[in-house]
Ligand binder design. Structure first.
Ligand code: WTA
Length: 650
């Protein structure tokens, strides 16, 4: 007998949202307003006239001064809403406090140890204003860079909004990265001020972020001030003249602060992401277009209404959190849940308890979390009343149909459509996604969002009918990144030159007979570990920076929960011998250099790595070996015997 899942895959069954959900959805109402009767009709109309679509949505936000043009497109450079004066914080906060929304809760925050804090829009507005005034007092001006190295505590969105309010550019560094990664990013952006915390909780332990960052602060020459939030109460050393407590600097600040009117195209933030080289890329997003893109998608894809409780269970240190925990939900004026800790701490009840406790109605998470909870079993969600949920979301990596079905059945009780949204740090907003009015196929990200022309092409750029190829985007979109910070050439080379004028995503995908997109993973040397982008080159350079290591090759190995895990092969310098202790030391070293998320799950010591005759490490062969695939023709290698030896590391 076929299992339910096999039957489903064979039938290619479609799942449709309920009539009720469709009828009342924001997208349905939006279309009705324009006399559009089906989603296909909208796609057609928006494709023919993208500027109409984005103009209408941009008008739903407040502009200090109207824009003159919706789009100027000089591939690969786009300007959106040119001539407009705008500030994302005006839209996220200032305008709400003039309405009934001022007393609405913006964030329900839960600490890992159980503490709960609620901030209304009014509270948040005042705190942001005080911090913005404090930053101004420290000499931070429009265009200055501020590094924010904070965990999931309320001061993180407050700090981001405070920067944006005064026109400073924030660069958030994920708190799971370690001090060296922070230093590299802070130096690239030449930050004037940095903001961190004494410590925070992760799985019951205190992570001492300030102590950790102390190691590198003297090596960030541009840094004038370090602001420290008191959170875990861990002991810290405050350097006089440089380090200041958050509480002390905001204490006497005015609760009002004028928001800086920005040009639409002024930078809002830099967010570093992994590329194919060891050097992270500083993705730059701007105020106007970014705001319009993320607002539109949250409204139409996740269908948020005033009565919803939204929980995007990502970390703000990544783009998902920037777009869909901080900016878009605040622009929409909804109530969001923000949780500090691990979703399964102290036990697998935690995630479901939070949904039940706060009556979360729309929930957005990553497949790795779903797979983790699948492993724990459905008895955990079953113990809780999850009936408040009406819509679910997935992001960050391909969701396998089995995990999709589990999420659909055991979390959504077969009532909640799953929005499997494809996008990237660079795209800023969801680009290929279902909507609450589209039919779903488990594992597919459905279709490009209105106006987005996506395609799958071969190495020459020709569209592929069947099978996998490069996923490309052929049209500009408002929240696209504008450049790579201080590296405009890399912006062009890495994304727009393989197929001139066309955006190369770096992913492999296929399109089925119904025009549905299926993402198959990365085409380049970027790993996706538990939804986090990690570059193999970065891990390799961390490994070879350890004095015992001569060479290192890092590849991804498929993993049932994390999607991929980091697998490394290492050769040692003369005089060093393989040992379990050395493995441990290497893992610790990578943790310190990049962060715990980059620590290799597997380290194999070998005498030699497979290489071409010109001495290049053949990662393709190592990858095939690790995955158990056919390694192909290896006769051209300089040392084919090294391939088999990968099976028997020292
Ligand atoms: C992957 C996260 C399959 C993809 C928003 C992309 C996905 C990378 C999906 C970007 C999805 C993201 N299905 N794969 N729904 N969403 N990805 O920059 O490989 O952290 O290139 O942005 O995640 O990761 P990033």
């Amino acid at each position: 007998m076929l299992s339910e899942l096999e039957a489903l895959l064979k039938e290619n069954r479609l799942f449709s949202p309920s009539e009720d959900l469709m009828k009342n959805s924001n997208i349905q109402k939006w279309m009705a307003h324009y006399g559009i009767t089906s989603y296909d009709e909208l796609l057609q109309k928006a494709q023919n006239d993208p500027e109409w679509f984005w103009d209408e949505l941009a008008q739903e936000l407040e502009w200090y001064q109207p824009y003159e043009n919706v789009l100027k497109w000089d591939p690969p450079h786009a300007e959106w809403f040119c001539g407009g004066k705008f500030n994302i914080v005006h839209n996220a906060l200032d305008r709400h406090v003039k309405t009934w929304r001022k007393n609405k809760v913006a964030y329900i925050w839960e600490g890992e140890s159980g503490q709960v804090k609620k901030l209304t829009y009014h509270d948040l507005h005042r705190k942001v204003n005080q911090m913005a005034n404090a930053l101004r007092g420290l000499g931070v001006k429009k265009g200055d860079r501020v590094s924010i190295y904070l965990p999931m505590i309320l001061e993180l969105p407050i700090a981001m909004l405070a920067c944006a309010k005064i026109g400073a550019i924030h660069s958030v560094v994920f708190s799971g990265f370690w001090a060296k990664a922070f230093q590299e990013r802070a130096n690239d952006a030449k930050v004037k001020v940095a903001i961190t915390v004494d410590g925070f909780y992760r799985r019951g332990k205190v992570i001492p972020l300030k102590e950790n960052v102390d190691e590198v602060l003297d090596d960030i020459p541009s840094l004038e001030t370090l602001i420290v939030v008191k959170h875990a109460g861990s002991p810290v050393h405050m350097k006089p003249g440089r380090d200041l407590w958050w509480e002390e600097i905001i204490h006497e600040q005015e609760k009002e602060c004028i928001t800086e009117p920005m040009d639409s195209e002024d930078p809002l933030f830099i967010l570093y992401t992994s590329g194919t080289t060891g050097k992270p890329k500083g993705v730059v997003h701007v105020h106007g277009g970014y705001a319009v893109g993320i607002y539109t998608t949250l409204k139409l894809v996740f269908d948020l209404k005033d009565q919803d409780i939204w929980w995007c269970a990502a970390d703000i240190g990544w783009i998902t959190g920037h777009s869909y925990i901080v900016y878009a939900p605040l622009i929409m004026g909804v109530t969001s849940v923000m949780y500090e800790g691990a979703p399964d701490y102290p036990d697998p009840n935690r995630l479901w308890e939070i949904i039940e406790e706060y009556c979360v109605s729309v929930f957005y998470t990553a497949p790795t979390t779903i797979r983790l909870f699948m492993k724990y079993g459905e008895k955990w969600p079953q113990k809780h009343d999850l009936s408040s949920l009406r819509l679910l979301g997935s992001v960050g990596e391909p969701i396998n149909p089995e995990a999709w079905m589990w999420y659909y059945k055991h979390v959504g009780n077969r009532q909640c459509p799953i929005m499997d949204t494809w996008w990237q740090t660079e795209t800023g907003m969801q680009l290929i996604t279902p909507l609450p009015i589209t039919s779903l196929k488990p594992g597919s990200v459905v279709k490009p969002f209105p106006t987005i022309k996506a395609d799958v092409v071969d190495n020459k750029g020709n569209p592929i009918g069947e099978g996998g190829g490069h996923l490309v985007i052929k049209t500009p979109w408002p929240s696209m990144f504008r450049t790579l910070y201080k590296d405009p050439d890399r912006y062009v080379d890495a994304y727009w030159s393989t197929f001139p004028g066309v955006y190369l995503s770096g992913d492999v995908a296929r399109i089925d007979e119904d025009g549905y997109f299926w993402i198959q993973g990365r085409a380049d040397d970027v790993l996706n570990v538990a939804g986090h982008r990690i570059s193999t080159a970065e891990v390799e350079s961390a490994l070879v920076s350890y004095d015992a290591v001569a060479e290192a090759a890092v590849v991804g190995k498929p993993d049932q929960v994390k999607g991929e895990e980091i697998c490394s092969f290492v050769t040692l310098k003369k005089g060093f011998d393989p040992s379990p202790r050395l493995k441990h030391l290497l893992r610790e070293h990578v943790r310190r250099e990049i962060g715990p998320i980059a620590s290799p799950a597997f380290i194999g010591f070998v005498e030699d790595l497979p290489k071409t005759r010109s001495g290049k490490i053949m990662r393709r062969v190592i990858k095939a070996k690790v995955k158990g695939d056919d390694v192909g023709d290896i006769t051209t290698l300089a040392n084919p015997e090294a391939v088999d030896k990968l099976d028997h590391p020292l």
